[in-house]
Design a protein. Sequence first.
Length: 91
Amino acid sequence: NLNRQFLFRRAHVDRSKSEVATEAVKQFRPNVNITAHHGNVKDPKFGIEFVSQFDVVVNALDNAEARRHVNRLCLATEKPLLEAGSTGHLG
């Protein structure tokens, strides 16, 4: 689905989206502290304890079920969620 993404180019095919996004942000904010995480967001290792360690959660998922899951985690941990996902033409 890289054809719908403004950040990604052909050179990024087969690379982790989170790693590519981290590199892009660090190009214009080199001192920012970002750690890329790659995997299934519904994996237990990305649960409440994981989310609790952050000041804010930034989400760019296009899977509605995964987006709801992250939303529930943020509600449970009282962490703000910046939702940047998309559901096709529905937003």
